[in-house]
Design a binder for this molecule. Structure first.
Ligand code: ZN
Length: 392
């Protein structure tokens, strides 16, 4: 049984001690629920299944009545630890060593979940009542399929008539100091699986064969030689990466019949999955239209579309709250870099911005957070609640 303890560092530790590698929960959501229940939240455990994915446990929790509705969104699942022997401390021990708290999920993003719970506790204690509505959208699957998680919680909430005005996602966004960088959008992601088929033959009889790899190399060179774009005001240039190249030919005297490659693209708001599928078709047609004895096919896996929330109310609220806490006037950087996040689903429901702890060790061996950063983040989250419900 986990004890109730609202200290953000203790709470981060308890959450890290749950080995919640997606889709396993190992008690993490129960800790969240227990603490929210204690403050008077109505908690709804939501288990979703189907849609060609595994079962996932989630929690939606809400408190308050009439007025504007603020939501905090986060996840309690973590990525696998990799080689456990490479870790300085057992990855689910939550060991504090000097000024650091170690463990898988400490940065991504259990410290944020802990901080928002702690901040809410202080807020509820100070003001007794919330002049509006505050909800927690917590999923057990952000890191893998992300199918039976946030998108289904949002659908469920919408059916129950919950309408969010603003949402903060607690992914680790900060850079050199907590609060110096927020995310206002994200790049999209798509993978292309390309296969070229030629004619197998003896390398000494090249005229009787058609080397599949030569054509694939030509295609890939063409793709790499022509960048998709140079980026824009809000986004970095789209990135095209050849993730695999595979001929699988074990001997030097065979001309390979098949050649395969995976191309992974992280794209900005100048593209969409559809436009990139057309772009790939065109590239392939250009190379293969006049080729007699080789053909090229592809499949794709579109994981996310890019999106951008025009800087508005949430960005101002966060900038003010950060400067209230740090005493500094510099505005947080507005960024759209990094991988995908569940903000891509939330943006269809309300204004959403991401702010969390410093991004430095997530998904790595010896993932850690500085304990002083955890304390700072909790203060900023508290200030956001105070400015949102009382000062604006
Ligand atoms: Zn995360």
């Amino acid at each position: 049984m986990t004890e109730i303890n609202f200290d953000p560092i203790k709470l981060t530790q308890s959450l890290v001690q749950c080995a919640s590698v997606t889709p396993k929960d190992d008690g993490a959501l129960q800790i969240v629920t227990k603490h929210l229940n204690e403050m008077g939240f109505n908690c709804y455990p939501l288990k979703f299944s189907g849609s060609n994915s595994y079962d996932v446990n989630n929690v939606f929790a809400t408190i308050g009545n009439e007025g504007k509705h603020f939501a905090y969104a986060g996840h309690t699942d973590v990525v696998p630890v990799g080689n456990e022997d490479s870790w300085k401390f057992p990855p689910f021990s939550g060991t504090i060593d000097g000024d650091k708290l170690y463990g898988r999920g400490s940065e991504d993003m259990k410290s944020s979940v802990a901080c928002f719970i702690s901040a809410t506790k202080r807020f509820v204690e100070k003001y007794k009542k919330i002049p509006g509505k505050l909800s927690f959208i917590i999923t057990g699957d952000e890191e893998r399929d992300s199918v039976n998680g946030t998108p289904k919680i949002l659908e469920w909430a919408s059916k129950k008539n919950y309408k969010f005005d603003h949402c903060l996602v607690g992914e680790p966004t900060s850079n050199k100091e907590v609060g110096d960088k927020i995310k206002i959008g994200r790049r999209g992601a798509i993978s292309f699986y390309i296969q070229v088929k030629g004619i197998q033959g003896h390398t000494a009889n090249a005229h009787l064969a058609e080397n599949a790899s030569h054509h694939l190399i030509k295609l890939l060179n063409n793709i790499l030689d022509n960048p998709l774009d140079n980026g824009n005001e809000n986004f970095l240039a789209s990135s095209v990466q050849i993730a695999t190249f595979d001929i699988g030919n074990p001997v030097p005297n065979i001309i390979p019949e098949l050649a395969k490659a995976t191309v992974n693209i992280r794209f900005n708001d100048m593209h969409s999955s559809d436009s990139l599928i057309n772009w790939m078709e065109e590239k392939i047609n250009n190379i293969f239209n006049n080729v007699k004895n080789a053909s090229c096919q592809f499949t794709y896996d579109s994981t996310a579309e890019s999106f951008l929330n025009q800087p508005g109310y949430m960005c101002d609220l966060i900038a003010k709250s950060v400067s209230d806490v740090t005493g500094k006037n510099s505005k947080p950087e507005h960024a759209t870099d990094g991988g995908t996040s569940d903000a891509r689903y939330i943006k269809n429901y309300c204004e959403v911005v991401e702010l969390g702890i410093r991004n430095q060790s997530l998904h790595k061996v010896d993932e850690f957070v500085y304990t002083k950063d955890v304390i700072e983040l909790e203060k900023i989250y508290f200030q956001i609640l105070e400015n949102y419900f009382h000062n604006r």
